[in-house]
Design a protein around this ligand. Structure first.
Ligand SMILES: [Zn+2]
Length: 163
């Protein structure tokens, strides 16, 4: 996603609104692939007298990754606010700063880093996901002393099918 800052550069101090969507590449985070929906981004930008561009706003997306407990797909809402200055003719290779050249500010790096920053540490398919071992009905049946709660129901259904 790119901002055309030509107007802003000739009117320092004036705010310009922007909004749009930004695709984010899959991220590998501690061994899991995290997939992110297109990121909704909105905010405003403003040039200063030196031609640096202040960009602030918020982003929102949904992230998908395996549940930390049971490996089913889990989703998480991701939201973050950003407030950064893009330095005119700063070094684009410098990871510590945001930079731009000409009259176009690319928000790719900003949106990606702020979305990744807001990812949950653990994805869970639901708040009280009991995890892998309790999900498998066969595992529960084979445990001595635990009755499978629907065994009786299942038997009734089986009997009905035979009628
Ligand atoms: Zn789970």
């Amino acid at each position: 996603m790119k901002l055309d800052v030509a107007d802003a550069l000739s009117h320092p101090g004036q705010e310009y609104l922007f909004s749009g969507t930004q695709a984010i590449a899959d991220q590998e985070i501690s061994g899991d692939i995290v997939r992110l929906d297109d990121c909704q981004t909105e905010g405003c930008f403003m040039a200063d007298e030196e031609g640096n561009i202040a960009v602030k706003g918020k982003l929102r997306t949904v992230a998908h990754a395996p549940c930390a407990n049971c490996l089913e797909e889990a989703t998480a809402e991701v939201e973050n606010d950003f407030d950064e200055v893009f330095l005119r003719n700063g070094d684009p290779e410098d990871d510590e700063i945001f930079a731009y050249e000409g009259h176009e500010v690319s928000l790719d790096k900003l949106v990606m880093s702020y979305a990744v920053m807001a990812l949950p540490i653990r994805f869970l398919c639901r708040k009280d996901c009991p995890g892998f071992e309790y999900r498998d009905p066969d595992a529960i049946r084979s445990e001595p002393g635990i009755q499978f709660p629907f065994a009786g129901l299942q038997q009734m259904l089986d009997n009905n099918e035979e009628v």
